[in-house]
Ligand binder design. Structure first.
Ligand code: SAM
Length: 282
């Protein structure tokens, strides 16, 4: 990375981010997370870094890049990743996927005496993984362990929220009231918040994992959710990731991507099932 980018003789724009500084942040984010901050994302970078700069008493992004450079621990880089990643998510987002889970995946696996292994890759604050856990328990109410769910993200900030499992009442707007009653409990001393019940939480394990580096787990997974994550990556990164997901799927395993993330332009061995749903050959 051009660590001296802050000193380049390029005029910073009004809010303190020169093209060279944007480029330095862009390359650093790409190298670290695969996220491709395309031109046009300057205001996002500015607004997301501004509170951190204020906290550190730094006047501009150039000084922040120098600060990052001096931090050998990598902690500040993790902070920057936390700030710049987009973590928008919700319970029962793109609900057709959970219909497929409920109808086509969980019952046949239970009938075969198998516990599905599910991976929520890029899980943000946990809503996707907990939705899968809720659906698993609702679909197979008499099965003690209806699914094992691994949920991973590169951002430590969202993982902390996911582990806390405490959500505002307005975050549960898409969860049917009866389901809220069965899977959430009131948080003592915190009005307007509910926590995922212990039994539902027990199905999910969270871990920090960067999708663009080596993965410690070998699978196979029966289901991989990687939704609204690849949209931030460039084509070569998406291509590599899809191949790695396909290799980690069990025969007959399912991959769910976000509805705006078609795989049509990518090479992969998976069969198209329905929009944003793919399956490995049995
Ligand atoms: C928009 S959220 C999507 C959350 C959820 N999958 C959904 O669809 O609601 C994207 C998540 O991907 C994560 N992410 C981005 N780059 C990543 C990487 N290289 N490795 C792991 N997670 C990453 C971000 O931190 C963020 O939480």
């Amino acid at each position: 990375m051009a660590r001296d980018a802050g000193n380049l003789a390029v005029a910073a724009d009004g809010a303190g981010l020169s093209p060279a500084q944007f480029d330095a942040v862009r390359r650093l984010m790409h190298r670290t997370t695969g996220i491709d901050l395309v031109p046009g994302k300057e205001s996002l970078v500015r607004s997301r870094l501004a509170p951190r700069l204020r906290l550190l008493g730094l006047s501009d992004v150039g000084s922040y890049l120098d600060y990052l450079d001096r931090d050998a621990s990598g902690a500040e880089l993790a902070q920057m990743v936390d700030l710049i990643t987009t973590n928008k998510t919700s319970f029962f987002r793109e609900p057709e996927h959970f219909d497929v889970l409920q109808r086509d995946i969980l019952p046949p696996m239970a009938a075969a005496g198998r516990v599905p292994r599910i991976w929520s890759a890029g899980c943000s604050s946990g809503e996707e993984a907990y939705t899968a856990a809720i659906v698993a328990r609702e679909t197979l109410p008499t099965v003690a362990l209806p699914a094992r769910i691994l949920a991973t993200d590169v951002s430590t900030r969202v993982l902390q929220r996911a582990r806390e499992a405490s959500y505002r009442d307005q975050d549960l707007i898409d969860v049917p009231p009866a389901v809220v009653r069965r899977h959430f409990t009131r948080v003592p001393g915190q009005a307007g918040r509910r926590r995922i019940s212990d039994a539902t939480r027990a199905l999910v394990r969270f871990a920090r994992l960067n999708l663009v580096v080596d993965w410690p787990m070998h699978g196979p997974f029966d289901v991989i959710f990687c939704r609204n994550v690849m949209i931030y990556f460039n084509r070569p990164t998406q291509q590599r990731l899809i191949r790695r997901f396909a290799a980690l799927l069990a025969p007959g395993g399912w991959l769910f991507v976000g509805h705006s993330e078609s795989l049509t332009a990518l090479e992969h061995p998976l069969r198209y099932v329905q929009p944003a749903v793919y399956r490995r050959a049995p």
